[in-house]
Design a protein. Sequence first.
Length: 375
Amino acid sequence: MNNPFIVTGRYIAPEYFCDREKETAELLSNVENWRNTVLISLRRMGKSGLIHHLYHKDVIRRDYETFFMDIYDTANMEDFVLLLSKEITSRLQPKGSKLLDKFFQIVNSVKIGFGADPLTGQPGIDISLGDIRNPVRTLEQLFEFMESSEKPCIVAIDEFQQMAEYKNAKKDIATLRTLVQGCRQTRFIFAGSNRRMMGQLFHSPSEPFFMSCSPINLEPIDKRKYTEFVMDHFQKGGKSILPDSISYVYDKFEGHTWFIQYIFNRLYEMAQDAPLTIDDANAATDYIIDIFAPIFQEIFMGMSERQRALLSAIAKEGKAASITGAEFIMKHNLRSASAVQGALKPLLLDETVISWQGLYFISNRFFSIWLARRR
Ligand SMILES: Nc1ncnc2c1ncn2[C@@H]1O[C@H](COP(=O)(O)OP(=O)(O)OP(=O)(O)O)[C@@H](O)[C@H]1O
Ligand SMILES: [Mg+2]
């Protein structure tokens, strides 16, 4: 392992994962006490990593079957069911044909094909839905299979808010809820980042998941713990960094996990003999912003003029309050409150802008710096 600051989003091993002890314990306690969890945070804070970190624990590996599905790319119940089928069969495959046989006995609407991976030549299985007119039937069978498992199953459904985008969202969510509630041993973790949508799915009385899960809100990693993590990895690599520069980076990005990891990944690469300073941290930031600049430019140019004006205004403030107020509108030359509102709506929906406790900010902190620097 060359660079211990992982930014690819893959979970590698506990030593590259900082802290989250409290959250992992809470998640484990939910699992062991058979509470389903809803895991919410800003994007890139570490939800998916936390689930993989939990799955990596000895006690989980010993006592449970674990499944992880990221439904970001699914558009309907068929996709959902196919994805879950693939996840279950791919986890069963290394455990031998007996379990797979049992799977296809119970889940008889899923068809299996055997073939070789075109890239590696390795033998593999190809899963498809037999009767796709009735994905709910297949889903019921998948649940039946999981419920009949020797060890209890944990199913993590990542990017769960995507389900609210399905054409038959209400019906599909209600179906899933009924099946989840009927489980006698399978536990669930629903993870997602769109606070409003996840909030609606889980806390609104009209939605079927109302109050059925135990929430965990993932906040930034504790500053002291993260500082130790950085110092430790630099030391192990025979490199050095001043604690002040760690503090500087942490504060600049408010401890937002992926962004600070990205900076330290770069700083680790830069480190020579002398301890890294705040100037080095700024140089690393500039370097990264420069790399992303063409992408940011592309995204920015694809937006309407009003959106561009609003985004720039929010970025210049860093955190902006009362953005439909006269003062903000005048200061940033925005047209009117209704123009701001119109521009804001889609930006909030796709999470380009986050509204949190009355303040607005740009969710991608590198994009925010790039925007603020534009003249
Ligand atoms: N505790 C941690 N220690 C070190 N790195 C972490 C930690 N948690 C997350 N990361 C890193 O931060 C990045 C974002 O983490 P992750 O993908 O888990 O976030 P997420 O909340 O699921 O994001 P998204 O909302 O985009 O799905 C990854 O590169 C991951 O390696
Ligand atoms: Mg994730």
